[in-house]
Design a protein around this ligand. Structure first.
Ligand code: HEC
Length: 275
C-alpha cells in the first residue's frame, strides 16, 4: 500500500514537471532549429577560437547595450588569453571606484579583478536609451532561455540538452529577423519582427550584419558566423565550468566501473568455497 502511494506521488510529480515544461515551450513561440554545438554531448567542449571571436562580437556589439555582470576580466583566461593580454583588455575600460579619502567616487582603469563594466548606470537609463525596453544582462541568458528556464531539475529530467536549447534559441534569435512583418501582423512602432522572439515584436534592432566585426583571426564575419560565435561565448559565460563538470563525470563513471569489477571479483573470491 505504502509503496503504491509513493509510486503514485512520484508519477504525479513527474507529470506536473513535464506539463510545466511543455507549457513553457508552447509560450516560447517558434521552435528554434537545433545546432550542432561543440559543447553538446558528454565529451563536448568549447571551441577556444570561437570563444575568442564570440568575445570580440560581445565586446564590440552587444556590450553597448547588454551588461555581463557575472564575468570578471580575469575569467577571460578560460578563453585562452594570457595575463598580459587580460591586463591590456581590462585597462582599456574605466570602472567606478571609491569613495576616496574625501568621500568622492572616482573612475580608474579596470584591473583583471574587476567585473565587466555595464553600459548603463541603472535600468532606468537602459530603458530610456532603448525605447522603454531594458536589455537583459547576458551572463546567464543561455540557461535562462533553455527548456524550463527556471528549473535545473526539469531541464535535466526532460530535456537533457536543455542548456543547448538556450544556445539554439539565442542563435535563432540573432539570425531570425525579417525585414518585413508578414501581412496581417501589426508591428508596433519601434519594434522589429523576429521569427523566434515570443510574440515576434522585439525592441532590439537587428544587432548583427555581415562584417559587423572584423575578426582578429581573419574568419569571414557572416551574420551566421557572428551569431554562432557570440552564442558560444555566452554559453561559456553561463556555464564556464561545463568542461570540468563533464570531465569529473567521466572520471566518476570510470571509477565506479573499476570499483564494481573489483567488488565482483572480491565477492567471487569470498564465496568460492561455498559454491
Ligand atoms: C542597441 C542596443 C542593443 C544591442 C547592441 C544589442 N541588444 Fe540585445 N536587446 C536590446 C534590447 C532593448 C532588448 C530587449 C528587447 C525586448 O524586450 O523587446 C534586448 C534583448 C536581447 C535578448 C533577450 C531576448 C529574449 O528572449 O528576451 C538577447 C538574448 C539579446 N538581446 C542578445 C543580444 C546579443 C547577443 C547582442 C550582440 C550580438 C545584442 N543583444 C545586442 C538591445 C540591444
Amino acid at each position: 500500500m505504502k509503496m503504491t502511494k509513493t509510486l503514485t506521488a512520484i508519477a504525479l510529480g513527474l507529470g506536473i514537471l513535464a506539463g510545466a515544461g511543455n507549457a513553457q515551450a508552447a509560450g516560447a513561440g517558434v521552435k528554434p532549429p537545433s545546432q550542432d554545438w561543440s559543447f553538446n554531448g558528454i565529451f563536448g567542449t568549447y571551441d577556444r577560437a570561437a570563444l575568442q571571436r564570440g568575445f570580440q562580437v560581445y565586446r564590440n556589439v552587444c556590450a553597448n547595450c547588454h551588461s555581463l555582470d557575472l564575468i570578471a576580466f580575469r575569467n577571460l583566461g578560460d578563453l585562452g588569453y594570457n595575463e598580459d593580454e587580460i591586463k591590456a583588455i581590462a585597462s582599456s575600460y574605466e570602472v567606478q571606484d571609491g569613495p576616496n579619502e574625501d568621500g568622492d567616487m572616482f573612475s580608474r582603469p579596470a584591473t583583471p579583478a574587476d567585473r565587466w563594466p555595464a553600459p548603463f548606470p541603472n535600468s532606468k537609463a537602459a530603458a530610456a536609451a532603448n525605447g522603454g525596453a531594458v536589455p537583459p544582462d547576458l551572463s546567464l541568458i543561455t540557461k535562462a532561455r533553455g527548456a524550463g528556464g527556471d528549473s535545473a531539475l526539469r531541464v535535466s529530467l526532460f530535456h537533457p540538452g536543455g542548456f543547448a536549447l538556450g544556445a539554439d534559441y539565442l542563435h535563432a534569435l540573432l539570425t531570425g529577423y525579417k525585414e518585413e512583418a508578414p501581412a496581417g501582423f501589426s508591428l508596433p512602432d519601434g519594434k522589429y519582427y523576429n521569427e523566434y522572439f515570443p510574440g515576434h515584436a522585439i525592441s532590439m534592432a537587428p544587432p548583427l550584419y555581415e562584417g559587423a566585426v572584423e575578426y582578429e583571426d581573419g574568419t569571414a564575419a557572416t551574420t551566421e558566423q557572428l551569431s554562432s560565435d557570440v552564442t558560444m561565448f555566452l554559453a561559456w559565460a553561463a556555464e564556464p565550468e561545463l568542461e570540468t563538470r563533464k570531465q569529473t563525470g567521466i572520471k566518476v563513471i570510470l571509477f565506479l566501473i573499476v570499483l564494481t569489477a573489483m567488488l565482483y571479483a572480491l565477492k567471487r573470491k569470498i564465496w568460492s568455497d561455498v559454491h
